[in-house]
Design a protein around this ligand. Structure first.
Ligand SMILES: Nc1nc2c(c(=O)[nH]1)N[C@H]1C(S)=C(S)[C@@H](COP(=O)(O)OP(=O)(O)OC[C@H]3O[C@@H](n4cnc5c(=O)[nH]c(N)nc54)[C@H](O)[C@@H]3O)O[C@H]1N2
Ligand SMILES: Nc1nc2c(c(=O)[nH]1)N[C@H]1C(S)=C(S)[C@@H](COP(=O)(O)OP(=O)(O)OC[C@H]3O[C@@H](n4cnc5c(=O)[nH]c(N)nc54)[C@H](O)[C@@H]3O)O[C@H]1N2
Ligand code: SF4
Ligand SMILES: [Mo]
Length: 693
């Protein structure tokens, strides 16, 4: 059997894998044993890649819609015909409404430099990623304090003495390497504090679990800062050298006493004081984890800023065991990989349809856009009509809150084309579906993984495509050629694409053969904490008083506004992940479907009793946006103000027979309301009622 080193794509964590292949068939997928921190490990979803390869319900050939949208009436088409058809439709739309009327949305991936180039070459500013719906406010929080995005920052789990997690449910919402690091660190004596309204698997491994009232983490943090400053528990030297706005923070947090926070959060004052002292004693090897999904509430940016500020107070930034800025080829004096976006491309002067980065929405990151604002932009034709939508490796219909409104917006579009591997909800509602080969059947652009020890990784095809599918980079190039912008895509084969990226780096394609990656540095690179932090803010400091916010008219320390507690008889709807599934991608995977077929509604035992709801009974969940039916999981392990469900279920595509109509959809219930300073949707803003079904 032949090992092929590649990169998993059952979720976007992209762990390095070893694929064992015999006669063009996959026998086993394991973690890449040569990679530190992976050492052969794989998660259930990664192992189920074989089941994806053999899934008879995935997309097999290009499809053109013949009946009404969403009717499931298609005809099969050749690639030539489908690509010609898509190019004609895009051209027609652009002729009528201009290039800006075309939007492209994707979940950022290894070929994103190709899709960005495609949009720039067309002349449209409306390139979107999923980012805002995942962690837009975290991105803005980091930029407001350091000038870097959250993507450019990491956590040094192995050397940490104390880790504090705010609903960062590492052991279910996993990144494989971090899971292994965390478990090892716990064995070596690292302390773990876990804060969540719900007892997750991660909570069960913590030294201390704090059941917080949903939406009150900001109150907890202001009080932690109050205690840390009052008791002098912070790293004075670091703060003096690197922080601006400390005096303003000190004054601001003065009124937030532990007794006040106890009333707000439900966490005893004593516990809050203890946590501040324990963190102070472990500094600077302390991580107040800034989170992964940070699309929860409308004040999200201020919560994420407060977490990052706690790290600055601990002096844990760029300290071993703290949080660090990721280093890449540039930091080593090496030439980074070439990207297509590095070419001279047409200048785009049009404003984005979501207005990200401009007057009305100045702070969210225009490089990603604020995709949950796209449905309203389409519906209102404000600031101009958006009429064509290209979707690649994204399912916006169910990944943007408020399903029914999303659908109404899609109804206003003249043309939708989706590049996917499954009948996603969006694909099902499209005019044309272009099927991509799955990650085991294709190669992609080389990945630079920045970190303390930067490396390059390569996704290689392990087997030949099972159906009439193509890699996305080829699909985009062939569309570009039909739209007279082919000159920006100077490759024909995968090897050409790799060679283009590697040109001038001194690294060769064959250097990836033996281990699947090329290490750029063997020892961790830290900047000197006394004098070498390369902060990108105007002051070159960590800006507690933020230039980005203040210059755009937003306060750095707004008055604390509690999130609205649900009225009697209603609950806040919390959402999250499960270890068996990836967002909305894997519910129909034969093996993973067997592991988890439906989601459940977690509801507190006392509350369920009041409503006459038994464990396992079907219940009706109703919000201002819709109604869903789901099985109840009655438990003491959730705060009485909240109910919880795993995202990704309640699917409406009949062709996905295994997950069709199983469980409930959070998207159907959520309101599309955003933190307009940070850019994330408040996915947990909505209140619901629950009744026996
Ligand atoms: N209501 C609600 N909305 C949410 C969330 C939530 O919990 N609830 N979570 C948010 C978060 S944290 C995130 S990260 C986003 C994720 O949002 P999405 O990116 O939309 O979700 P995914 O499940 O990662 O993938 C979307 C699509 O990619 C397709 N896909 C998978 N592999 C490939 C491939 O190789 N090629 C192609 N072309 N397609 C592929 C899948 O079939 C699926 O249709 O959703 C956000 N939105
Ligand atoms: N298995 C699996 N792993 C994944 C993914 C996947 O789809 N599947 N997706 C990846 C992606 S894109 C992301 S963004 C990450 C998400 O990783 P995380 O952000 O760690 O996880 P989530 O599952 O979104 O849920 C977060 C937790 O927040 C809790 N929570 C809700 N409200 C509050 C609150 O007010 N305060 C506090 N303190 N906690 C609260 C919820 O109860 C839940 O347990 O996971 C990544 N890893
Ligand atoms: S976490 Fe699992 S599914 Fe995601 S990339 Fe890693 S192995 Fe694959
Ligand atoms: Mo995410």
């Amino acid at each position: 059997m032949q090992p092929i080193y590649s990169i998993c794509f059952m979720c976007t964590v992209r762990c390095p894998i070893k694929v064992m292949v015999e006669n063009d068939d996959i026998k086993l997928i394991e973690g890449n044993p040569h990679v530190d921190g992976i050492e052969g490990s794989i998660c259930p979803k990664g192992a189920a890649g074989v089941s994806l390869l053999n899934d008879v319900e995935r997309l097999k050939t290009p499809l053109i819609r013949t009946g009404p949208r969403g009717s499931g009436e298609w005809r099969e088409a050749s690639w030539e015909e489908a690509l010609d058809y898509v190019a004609d439709k895009l051209r027609e739309t652009m002729d009528r409404y201009g290039a800006r009327s075309i939007a492209l949305t994707e979940r950022s991936h290894l070929n994103s430099h190709i899709s960005k180039t495609f949009m720039k070459a067309l002349g449209s500013p409306n390139y979107f990623t999923h980012d805002s719906c995942c962690k837009g406010s975290l991105n803005t929080a980091f930029r407001s304090l350091t000038g870097y995005t959250d993507n450019e920052v990491g956590v040094d789990i192995p050397k940490a003495r104390h880790i504090i997690l705010y609903g960062r449910n590492y052991l279910e919402s996993i990144e494989l390497k971090a899971v292994k690091q965390l478990i090892k660190a716990l064995e070596n004596g690292t302390k773990l504090t876990y804060i969540d309204p719900r007892v997750t698997v991660t909570a069960t491994k913590a030294h201390k679990y704090l059941m917080i009232r949903p939406g009150t983490d900001l109150a907890l943090n202001y009080t932690l800062m109050h205690v840390i400053i009052k008791e002098g528990l912070y790293d004075r030297e670091f703060v003096d050298r690197w922080v601006t706005g400390f005096e303003e923070l000190k004054k601001f947090v003065q009124p937030f006493t532990p007794e006040w926070a106890e009333r707000e959060t439900g966490i005893p004052a004593r516990e809050i004081i203890d946590l501040a002292r324990e963190a102070g004693a472990a500094k600077p090897a302390v991580i107040f984890h800034y989170g992964y999904r940070s699309a929860h509430y409308t004040n999200e940016i201020y919560l994420r800023r407060s977490i990052i500020m706690l790290n600055a107070l601990m002096g844990s930034i760029e300290a071993p065991g703290g949080i660090f800025f990721k280093k890449g080829a540039k930091d080593l004096g090496l030439k980074p990989l070439n990207k297509l976006t590095g070419q001279k491309l047409p200048e785009i002067t049009e404003q984005r349809c979501d207005r990200a980065g401009t007057g009305k929405l100045p702070t969210p990151d225009p490089n990603h856009g604020v995709v949950q604002l796209l449905p309203q932009a389409i519906l209102k034709e404000d600031p101009y009509p958006v009429k064509g939508l290209i979707v690649w490796r994204h399912d916006p219909l169910v990944s943007i809150p408020d399903y029914k409104t999303n659908k109404r917006a899609f109804d206003k579009l003249d043309f939708i084309v989706t590049i996917d591997i499954h009948f996603s909800e969006t694909a099902w509602y499209s005019d044309v579906i272009l099927p991509e080969s799955i990650y085991l059947e294709r190669g992609d652009s080389i990945q630079e993984v920045d970190g303390l020890k930067p490396s390059l990784f390569m996704r290689k095809p392990a087997v030949t495509p099972r159906y009439n599918t193509k890699p996305g980079w080829e699909i985009i190039k062939q569309l570009a050629e039909r739209l007279n912008t082919g000159q920006y895509f100077p490759y024909n084969t995968l090897e050409d694409l790799w060679a283009y990226q590697l040109e001038g780096t001194g690294i060769r394609i064959k250097d990836f053969e033996e281990k699947g990656y090329v290490a750029l540095s063997n020892k961790p690179i830290y900047w000197d904490r006394r004098d070498g932090l390369k902060l990108k803010t105007p002051s070159s400091k960590i800006e507690f008083v933020s230039s980005l916010l203040e210059k755009n008219g937003f306060p750095s320390f707004p008055e604390y506004e509690p999130v609205q507690p649900p009225a009697e008889g209603t609950f806040r709807l919390l959402i999250g992940r499960n270890v068996a599934h990836t967002h909305v991608s894997t519910q129909n995977n034969p093996l993973l479907n067997e592991l988890m077929r439906e989601n459940l509604l977690w509801i507190n035992t006392g509350e369920a009793a009041k409503l006459g709801i038994q464990n396992g009974q079907m219940v009706r969940v109703t919000s201002s946006r819709g109604q869903e039916t789901i099985r109840a999981y009655v438990t003491d392990l959730i705060h009485p103000e909240a109910v919880f469900m795993v995202h990704g279920f309640g699917r409406k595509v009949p062709a996905q027979t295994r997950c069709y109509n199983k469980g409930a959809s959070d998207t159907m219930l959520q309101e599309n309301i955003s933190d307009m300073v940070g850019g994330s949707p408040a996915l947990q803003h909505v209140h619901v009622t629950v009744q026996p079904a």
